[in-house]
Design a protein around this ligand. Structure first.
Ligand code: BTN
Length: 319
């Protein structure tokens, strides 16, 4: 775990509490010299915090909702969640998946978070719009599982995110196959979050897995994404993204110790797809049928019209 700096954390807290605070007051409140304050402010700016320096002192250009990586590290340490060694935080990246891939050469297990992605990507090669205000992050882990068993990671991740959103907001989020986190509003299914899994593996051993998580939190959804919605749009208020990330990480820690069958069972209980008539869109064509169950290998059992039950491993699912 990074040796998080309590003084930097204190500076961030004080900045978030006031519209503007002088270097002198910061120095007094924390018990350090003004030069030290200046150095910490420079370090925070380098880490991407939007700190503005004026004649009167320092302020955060946005106090409403900042992801605080040091608070995440601190919370993980407090709750003894030794899942990752480090949290990397960036103002803007192409995609946290790309950054995680590069960092995999030098770090073991870690989390990459960005305020914004310029080339975010979704499932099936689609772009993923990632403006400021959302949670865009990739968790790189090195689980001791085979390639065959790796399907469980997307179920585990979507379950962790769905439960975290339920715990934080007290709203009823559900899962849609294969791994969307959705909200049901006026009988319409709106997507709040999605999961993207990328693996580096040898024949039967995973070197690492990158679990990409995209959650629409305080961002505005573009009008050309009619099936998406953000937490802010759902509830008319802003949400603390740091708290959401901490809750997700707590869930990950718990579910990494749970057997795959139990994960699937819990996943199925929150799944909206099972028992419904759905349309599966795949490159090889469309299939309509009743979604029956999730098989032990992660496939969706579909009772296609006039056919026997078939296993579907990937595709888009339309309810
Ligand atoms: C989906 O299509 O539902 C999956 C979306 C996954 C988006 C996340 S945002 C963080 C990470 N970086 C990316 O470029 N994609 C994933």
């Amino acid at each position: 775990m990074r040796n998080y700096n309590v003084k930097k954390l204190k500076i961030l807290e004080l900045l978030a509490q006031t519209s503007c605070i002088s270097g002198e007051v910061l120095a007094q409140r924390i018990g350090i010299s003004r030069t030290a304050v200046w150095k910490y402010i420079q370090a925070l700016k380098d880490e991407g915090y939007p700190i503005v320096t004026t004649k009167k002192g320092y302020s955060l250009s946005t106090t409403s909702d900042l992801i605080l990586p040091e608070n995440i590290e601190k919370a993980l340490e407090t709750h003894k969640i030794n899942l990752i060694n480090k949290v990397y935080y960036f103002r803007s990246v192409s995609s946290t998946m790309e950054v995680a891939k590069k960092l995999a050469e030098q770090e073991k297990n870690f989390l990459v978070i960005a305020e914004k992605q310029t080339a975010g990507r979704g499932r099936l090669g689609r772009p993923w719009i990632s403006n400021e205000g959302g949670i865009w992050m990739s968790l790189l882990i090195r689980p001791s599982i085979s390639l065959r068993e790796s399907f469980i990671l997307t179920y585990l991740a979507s379950l962790c995110v769905c439960k975290a959103l339920r715990q934080i907001t007290s709203l009823s989020f559900y899962l849609k196959w294969p791994n969307d986190i959705v909200f049901l509003t006026n009988d319409e299914i709106k997507k709040v979050a999605g999961i993207l899994l990328e693996l580096k593996a040898e024949v039967d051993k995973i070197d690492y897995a990158i679990i990409g998580i995209g959650i629409n939190v305080n961002n505005q959804i573009n009008s050309f994404e009619p099936t998406g919605i953000s937490l802010k749009e759902l509830t008319n208020r802003l949400w603390n993204r740091t708290d959401i990330i901490i809750e997700i990480m707590k869930n990950f820690y718990h579910y990494f110790q749970v057997k795959p069958e139990e994960i699937l069972n819990e996943w199925k209980q929150l799944c909206l797809t099972l028992g419904k008539k759905v349309k599966i869109i795949r490159p090889q064509g469309e299939l309509i049928g009743k979604a029956l169950d999730i098989a032990e290998d992660g496939a969706l059992w579909l009772e296609a019209e006039n056919q026997r039950a078939v296993k579907i491993y990937s595709g888009d699912c339309i309810h």
